[in-house]
Design a binder for this molecule. Sequence first.
Ligand code: CA
Length: 194
Amino acid sequence: MTHYRLLGLFVMVGCGQVMQPNQPVDGGESPGDGPSCTTCSDDSCAQIVWNFDDADFDGATARAPSDLQLAIRDFNGSPALALDTTALTEVSFTVPVCGSGVLDGRTLTLSANVFFDGGTDTGVQYYVQATMPDPDTTGSLLTQTGMAGHTLTTFSVPLNMSSLSDGTTSVTFQVGTFGAAFSGTIYFDDIELD
Ligand SMILES: [Ca+2]
């Protein structure tokens, strides 16, 4: 009996999902849903899509500030990650790529759709910055992209902008202001490695 249950468990969590303790397991499907998956160095499947469409965090976790609350809410007709902020300075969150092992991401591009619902539409007053695995790690910076309020913007950067891209484990997004005030919600959707 126990054996059959274990077998069933392995089948259920097979290719297409990152196993990560204490985090939701979802969203690891490959674009096109092919039979194979993008593998981490330990042959587990890397998570390369975070679309939040199952009203699930897809493993995304708040990083800073300590009281940052992540939410999933519809944006443009699709569930998206919502960061509610008042008097924005900088907020950040992390998405997992490999639960164990690493992904050689040197040929991959990280992209995400971002919308600042609030603040000013005049000029590029806000930014999104990505690092891997986090901004505390030397050499982790991918890029910083300026954005205006109320403008759907695609953030996109090749992972090989960081010398650490051959050992990708997770990606951190930081969102902040160059100076203009912002209170409202910042939406992220369709985060992908492709
Ligand atoms: Ca979505």
